[in-house]
Design a binder for this molecule. Structure first.
Ligand code: AHR
Length: 664
């Protein structure tokens, strides 16, 4: 063979090889299939990692009501400070402090609050300081300061206000303080002024500029990040904190409504669960309670999905110790909690609990449609307890959809501890509407479970993938690789939208200085936040959900990293609102994959929009210093005329995820 011929043969062989390697997929755009529920992509909020107090909830003062078991925890008291509880203004939060004359004009009495890992304030922002106070021995005054103890300036305080306490009866006093500087770790200092004593209760410092400007509201940037996820469902408040370490510390929604000053403190089980990340001051003020939850769900357009106790204390912490759980005969108050919550959310203002809601400022019903009973419970203890709940809810509220649980693992465990299949069997027998599955699994699991839902029984309850995350082997952080594998696996939700009707990854929030569990979706310190790559994956799905499933196959098989599919996962949807075809594809292989999509039912050329997550460092993540290191990139791609159908040709970079939006 001469040299010219040799080169030609070589070029041809490369061309043939690349043709042979192209992954050809067919998308049938003619026949929209099962509807994709608006609840499909959601959020799950639990007060873990300082997600509520110290996080989403706007309050900046820790232990504002002196109800922590150590009443002055979070406070530094100086001079004459006593904790008292007689004639308290709020019966369920009975403790308050009395500041008295220190006995010499050069001595001082007062308090310093350390906040949650400091108090975060921003330059030019206004903060509302409020306190319930009385001056029993005649007019008194306090000086309120924001201080920077590390400052080398002449003065520690950078802003100050004086408040006259003019009544000998309990009264609320409130002033606005505008911060002249940004400080992530400020403190709040209160001096008694003069010699007349004052009693102080519920000492609060709140940003004025909360999400939707609500007085007892949410930190604006964090709530905004939730809104931008466009969640369809909002699961709350847990998680294991629904159950409590013991029944006394379970989450009791009735303690979280009504005036915020009178909500009793609850221990947070994430305070002590992990002694390698131990936070002895982690409690639940319940300032972000069930009213705030329903209101936030409404604000961000998500269906509220409350989870209530089924009468089981955390099974991880108590296992088969029957004495830890409520006896079957004593279940009624727990069942009443469920029925009353539905009344609180949906009942008329003339009903007992509907009136509580109306008095809190929301006479219109919240229109709640779902309730979960039990978090990730398992075993006979659960099934027998759930039964009377289902009967009572069905009898009074037949339209409410009930979410049961299949336990903490996504399959049967070899040691028979968590019997996943038994859970599903029991939920079918009880006719639960949805079954909540949880999976915190490694890379291998996500790579090999793409067909998980294709074989599910279509006749029984629907699936709620209520907690999931890729926990890399030895890499429990928000690294890029984990997010791509989550994106890949989520194609199986979409393809199986007839049975998978709700999903939410977990956990949602983590404070950089106070986390117990990772990976998480959104991280923050006292003034700044960043979104993880997993967050962007969720957002990409939720904002490109479509309305109906479309069939997408390779060699007539679903694309879920099956043999010969070269690490690809893909699914497609039709968006009836915009008349677009939406394709999602993940390449989980370490090499570039040429892909082609034959769009049957479509003809002609057009330009499609793309959104891509692509990054080289598998262990890299976004951080507070590099919040946008890895974010989705927008682009366009040409759709060509193929043989009788439109044709989209592309190359998927190694370990990448891409969405195409193609106008029909
Ligand atoms: O998301 C953290 C915990 O994981 C939840 O509280 C629990 O439901 C699961 O085990």
């Amino acid at each position: 063979m001469n040299k010219k011929l040799l080169i030609c043969a070589y070029v041809l062989s490369i061309a043939l090889a690349s043709v042979a390697q192209t992954n050809v997929m067919e998308v049938n755009t003619k026949k929209p299939g099962a509807p994709i529920q608006p609840t499909m992509y959601g959020i799950f909020f639990e007060d873990i990692n300082y997600a509520a107090d110290g996080g989403l909830y706007g309050e900046l003062v820790k232990n504002r009501s002196f109800e922590f078991p150590q009443h002055l925890m979070g406070w530094q008291a100086f001079g004459c400070v006593d904790v008292e509880d007689d004639n308290a203004p709020f019966e369920r939060c009975p403790h308050y402090v009395v500041l008295s004359d220190p006995g010499h004009r050069d001595r001082r009495t007062g308090l310093v609050n350390e906040g949650y890992f400091g108090i975060g304030v921003e330059k030019g922002e206004a903060y509302r300081f409020s306190v319930w106070a009385k001056a029993p021995k005649g007019d008194a005054a306090i000086r309120v300061q924001l201080i920077d103890e590390s400052s080398m300036e002449e003065r520690q305080e950078f802003v100050e206000q004086e408040i006259a306490i003019t009544s000998s009866d309990w009264k609320k006093y409130s002033v606005k303080i505008t911060s002249p500087k940004t400080d992530k770790h400020a403190k709040l200092r209160i001096f008694l002024k003069g010699t007349n004593s004052v009693a102080l209760e519920h000492i609060s410092l709140f940003p004025v500029n909360t999400f939707k400007n609500r007085e007892n509201g949410m930190r604006r940037d964090l709530a905004q990040a939730l809104a931008e996820l466009k969640p369809g469902i909002f699961r709350f408040p847990g998680g294991c904190i629904v159950e409590g370490t013991d029944l006394d510390t379970r989450y009791q929604w009735k303690n979280t409504v009504g005036p915020v000053e009178n909500r009793p403190l609850n221990q947070n089980r994430w305070e002590h669960t992990f002694d390698h990340r131990y936070f002895p001051d982690y409690n639940q003020s319940y300032g972000l309670g069930f009213f705030e939850f329903f209101q936030l769900a409404e604000d961000i357009g998500a269906e509220p999905l409350p989870i209530l106790s089924v009468g089981l204390a955390c099974q991880f912490q108590n296992w088969d110790d029957e004495s830890a759980h409520v006896k079957m005969n004593d279940l009624q108050p727990y069942i009443d909690d469920c029925l009353d919550l539905i009344e609180f959310a949906n009942g008329p203002v003339t009903s007992k609990w509907g009136k509580v809601r109306a008095d809190m400022g929301h006479p219109a019903p919240f229109n709640m449609k779902y309730i979960g009973v039990g978090n990730e419970q398992w075993g006979e203890f659960y099934y027998e307890r759930l039964k009377p709940f289902v009967a009572a809810i069905r009898a009074r509220y037949p339209d409410i959809k009930i979410v049961g649980s299949s336990g903490p693992m996504p399959d049967d465990q070899p040691d028979n501890t968590y019997r996943f299949e038994d859970g599903w069997k029991a939920m079918r027998a009880l006719k639960a509407d949805l079954v909540d599955e949880h999976y915190y699994r490694d890379e291998e699991w996500f790579l090999t479970n793409g067909l998980r839902y294709d074989s599910y029984d279509r006749k029984g309850p629907k699936v709620f993938a209520g907690e999931y995350a890729c926990h890399g082997k030895g890499k429990k952080w928000n690294h890029y690789e984990a997010a791509v594998l989550e994106a890949a696996f989520m194609t199986s939700f979409e393809r199986n939208a007839d049975i998978v009707q709700m999903t939410s990854p977990a956990p949602l929030f983590a404070h950089i200085d106070g986390w117990q569990w990772r990976p998480d979706q959104i991280w923050y310190d006292n003034t700044d936040m960043f979104k993880t790559v997993s967050y962007y994956v969720q957002q990409l799905y939720a904002t490109n959900a479509g309305t109906n499933v479309l069939s997408l196959t390779m060699d007539k098989k679903p694309v879920a990293n099956q043999a010969g599919q070269n690490g690809l996962f893909a699914s497609a949807a039709y968006d009836g609102k915009t008349d677009e075809v939406i394709i999602k594809i993940a390449n989980t292989s370490k090499v570039q994959q040429p892909v082609s999509f034959i769009l049957t039912g479509m003809k002609g050329t057009r330009t499609a929009q793309t959104l891509t997550l692509c990054h080289q460092g598998m262990d890299d993540e976004n951080t507070i210093f590099q919040p946008e290191r890895i974010i989705p990139q927008k682009g366009t791609i040409r759709v060509d005329e193929g043989k009788g159908s439109s044709l989209l040709l592309d190359d998927m970079p190694p370990m990448s995820f891409r969405i195409y939006r193609i106008r029909k």
